[in-house]
Design a protein around this ligand. Structure first.
Ligand SMILES: *Cc1c(COP(=O)(O)O)cnc(C)c1O
Length: 326
């Protein structure tokens, strides 16, 4: 398997949410991937450990990547690049002139060079724009390594293959088996790694991905592509298909990075019960989805459920004004 850097604080803890478990009628555990670091916190660093290894080995001096203005991925990439002595360029999607806050503020602190694009440009041509930036910088003698949105490609997904192996080791230590693994899905690489490991290691777990944008057909196809790419890279025949992918798109709400009042109330409720802070863009929606699916009887009562807290705390602060009910 591909080699990687060791930047994240691993293994991340698994903790039981005692009060929510009692209320919801399942054994709810949280894997604290929000604690993979502070500057590099969240799920992206597990994927970046593989991609940045390739960048260092290839003698690249600049990392280019892309995401929304409050992208956790871009912030983690900028921090990790700086830690490694590399430069970073971030192509950020904006609707209007952005306020310097949250992740975007940190991007600036880490010394990232920031470029902007419109939502349409992002959707249609972000990879072409990044290639153009790489070409422009090459003329100045720079060597650019381009990381796709969310670091979600075949190599990046190995980060969550590794996370699933970590979970298996923790199951043995704790003497527990998780029946269901739950994670938010934004660009698919995290889900891809978990579902490949589930299949390749014969774990027979249910892995539910809650979409935070787009729909389940979109993500099923996208994740299937990442799975195939990872298979080619690893030279393995995983015999995976779209049937191995379970994406629930019922809790996207009003769209990416947009919050409904009930989602924000839910985040406040979980914080007050467990001192577990979820973010409005990813983990808040995924946990809200899990709660509703348990209530609807779609997750077995009494089963062991592991929710992967993928981070996103810095994205909560720009939304503070919407919590006027607390
Ligand atoms: C990016 C992100 C996700 C989604 O992971 P993908 O691999 O992009 O699907 C989930 N939670 C947080 C906090 C994220 O930043």
């Amino acid at each position: 398997m591909a080699s990687k850097l060791n930047m994240a604080n691993l293994p991340t803890k698994i903790e039981k949410a005692e009060r929510l478990s009692k209320e919801w009628g399942v054994n709810l555990y949280i894997k604290r991937d929000d604690q993979t670091g502070s500057e590099i916190s969240g799920n992206k660093i597990r994927k970046l450990e593989y991609l940045l290894k390739e960048a260092l080995d290839g003698g690249f001096d600049t990392i280019i990547t892309t995401g929304g203005i409050q992208s956790n991925h871009c912030r983690a990439t900028a921090a990790a690049a700086t830690m490694l002595g590399l430069k970073s360029v971030l192509l950020l999607r904006i609707n209007e002139p952005p306020r310097v806050e949250g992740n975007y503020f940190l991007d600036k602190l880490f010394g990232a060079e920031v470029r902007y694009c419109t939502p349409d440009e992002y959707k249609e041509s972000r990879d072409i724009i990044m290639a153009g930036i790489a070409e422009e910088l090459a003329k100045k003698g720079r060597k650019c390594y381009i990381i796709p949105e969310g670091a979600s490609n075949g190599l990046g997904s190995m980060g969550y293959y590794g996370a699933m192996e970590e979970i298996c080791n923790q199951e043995k230590e704790k003497g527990i088996k998780f029946d269901t693994i739950v994670v938010a899905v934004g660009s698919g690489g995290t889900y891809s790694g978990l579902c490949i490991a589930n299949k390749a290691l014969n774990l027979n777990k249910r892995v539910i991905g809650f979409a935070v944008c787009d729909d389940s057909e979109y993500f099923t196809n996208r994740i299937d592509k990442i799975n195939q790419e990872a298979g080619r890279l690893a030279g393995k025949e995983w015999n995976m298909s779209t049937a191995d992918i379970e994406i629930n798109d019922k809790y996207v709400g009003i769209g990416y990075a947009l919050s409904r009042p009930e989602e924000l109330k839910f985040i406040a409720e979980i914080s007050s019960k467990e001192a577990l802070v979820l973010d409005p863009v990813y983990t808040g929606k995924a946990m809200y989805g899990l709660y509703n699916e348990i209530k609807a009887g779609n997750v077995a009562a009494g089963s062991n459920v592991l929710f992967i807290h993928t981070g996103g705390l810095f994205g909560l602060f720009p939304k503070q004004g919407q919590f006027d009910f607390i």
